[in-house]
Design a protein around this ligand. Structure first.
Ligand SMILES: [Zn+2]
Length: 212
């Protein structure tokens, strides 16, 4: 497939996915950013853009080292996008949200930073091996990139401490669907409080071996 065509299609996918996430309340204001990898090019949402008002022709581009290509300024979170692609060559899309409940989990005083969310329902266990937490760094800090690269390998999502979530996928649809599932699971966690019955370790292991 010709690369320019692929980039154009990636930009259009970002527009449609951004609007859908925005309209359903998964993002707000100018929070969040997303990218799609096409060969050695990463098409990424521009800096200070709103998911509700993205334009395909204004999408930014970087290479896999994070170098800006073209005129549009990319999101300042380029370091963790390229880090996620570096961590897994199969990854073709990265979605970063400040969705309310997942972000609330990232701000909890007591947090299991190896695996932040208990498993209440089978679907989440099947989708995600674990949910590690990257230590806090200011937005755009290159250290955030290194933290994501080290923790996202072998799974498809991380939380950024006191910040939000990052999910990945082989397609943009897969990455955005996982971001939504993560948000719903985080919502369940707060709804249940101490009343939740978690799946047991053996139930989770059985699900993961059966559906992986
Ligand atoms: Zn952010």
């Amino acid at each position: 497939m010709e690369i320019a065509f692929e980039e154009r299609r990636a930009a259009e996918d970002l527009v449609a996915t951004g609007r859908s996430l925005y309209e359903r309340g998964y993002t707000f204001g100018t929070a969040g950013n997303m990218s799609v990898r096409c060969g050695d090019i990463v098409v990424i949402t521009p800096t200070n853009s709103s998911f509700g008002d993205l334009r395909a022709e204004r999408m930014a581009k970087v290479d896999l080292s994070g170098k800006v290509l073209g005129d549009a300024m990319p999101s300042k979170e380029v370091p963790f996008h390229v880090a996620a692609y570096e961590a897994d060559p199969q990854t073709r899309a990265v979605v970063h949200l400040h969705s309310t409940y997942a972000t609330a989990i990232s701000c909890l005083r007591d947090l299991n930073c190896e695996d932040a969310l208990p498993i209440f329902t089978p679907y989440f266990a099947m989708r995600l091996a674990r949910l590690p937490v990257v230590p806090y760094y200011p937005p755009g800090d290159p250290a955030l990139g290194a933290g994501v690269r080290d923790r996202i390998a072998g799974t498809k999502a991380v939380l950024l401490r006191n910040h939000g979530s990052i999910t990945t996928g082989k397609t943009l649809f897969e990455a955005s669907a996982l971001a939504e599932e993560l948000e719903e699971q985080a919502k369940l966690f707060f709804l249940l409080g101490s009343r939740g019955l978690e799946l047991t370790e053996s139930q989770v292991a059985e699900l993961r071996s059966r559906f992986r």
